[in-house]
Ligand binder design. Structure first.
Ligand code: CTP
Ligand code: MG
Length: 236
């Protein structure tokens, strides 16, 4: 079955601070988005990568990808489509752009540029095995408190940390299941930050595979420092 990756890259990166849109920021001299595209294309069965760009940045994103061609060993077709005003809408636009022959879809944040290929392959393998939705996940280091929404300084509970997992991307899906979730889940406010959550709400099983420390999301300035250090270690 043909496998494609959708990369939402239409966010501003507000938490990273002012400057270039997050996906276009360089890491080791190469834009974060290019790292993310390569991380998907490196997986042997991924033949198509759909990049979801800021609505006013499609041409710029296309130029940037053309300026950083994939090596022959990582070849994949690249499509660039305009995104929406939250992550959920951006992913939906990417899913809508998939050609009919795609059966397995990975959804991968541009903001997770350093995910190792083995993690990507593990997700694909679990979907091929029959899981409708597969998510890489790690145990938490920090204990988590649940707070009162209207008074967030008030603690209402402490979930047992051993039962919690932090989820990463790429998340892998049966194409029809993901498309149905994006058609049927109504998006209010900021929308879903996680595609598997939408699939869960439709009653499908979501399976976890081990995540990877290097699949962390670049969200705040310190994450850029860590990403540069990981790249430097890989190149050493
Ligand atoms: N994303 C997107 N379209 C949006 C918002 C987010 O495609 N309207 C993408 C981002 O580009 C990113 C991924 O969703 O690759 C994860 O989102 P996040 O880390 O929150 O990135 P931003 O929304 O850009 O950052 P911030 O929330 O700090 O503004
Ligand atoms: Mg965001």
């Amino acid at each position: 079955p043909r496998t494609a990756a959708v990369i939402p890259a239409a966010g501003r990166g507000t938490r990273l601070g002012p400057g270039t849109p997050k996906a276009l920021r360089p890491l080791g001299g190469i834009p974060m988005l290019v790292h993310a595209v390569r991380a998907m294309a490196r997986a042997r069965t991924v033949g198509l990568v759909v990049v979801v760009a800021p609505p006013d940045g499609v041409a710029e994103t296309r130029r940037l990808l053309d300026a950083h061609p994939l090596p022959d060993s990582e070849s994949a077709e690249l499509l660039v489509v305009p995104g929406g005003d939250n992550r959920q809408r951006s992913v939906r636009r990417g899913v809508e752009a998939l050609p009919p022959d795609v059966e397995i879809v990975l959804v991968h944040d541009a903001a997770r540029p350093l995910v190792p290929v083995d993690t990507v392959e593990d997700v694909i393998a679990a979907v091929r095995d029959g899981a409708p939705a597969v998510v890489p996940a790690l145990p938490l280091s920090d204990t988590v408190k649940e707070v009162e929404p209207s008074a967030p300084e008030r603690v209402v509970g402490t979930p047992d940390r051993a039962r919690l997992r932090a989820v990463q991307t790429p998340q892998g899906f049966d194409r029809d299941v993901l498309a149905a979730a994006h058609r049927r889940v109504t998006d209010e406010g900021d929308g879903a930050t996680d595609d598997a959550g939408m699939v869960e709400r439709l009653g499908h099983d979501v399976r976890l595979v081990p995540g990877h420390e290097e699949a962390f999301k670049v969200t705040r300035p310190l994450d850029l420092v860590l990403a540069e250090a990981v790249l430097a270690r890989r190149r050493a």
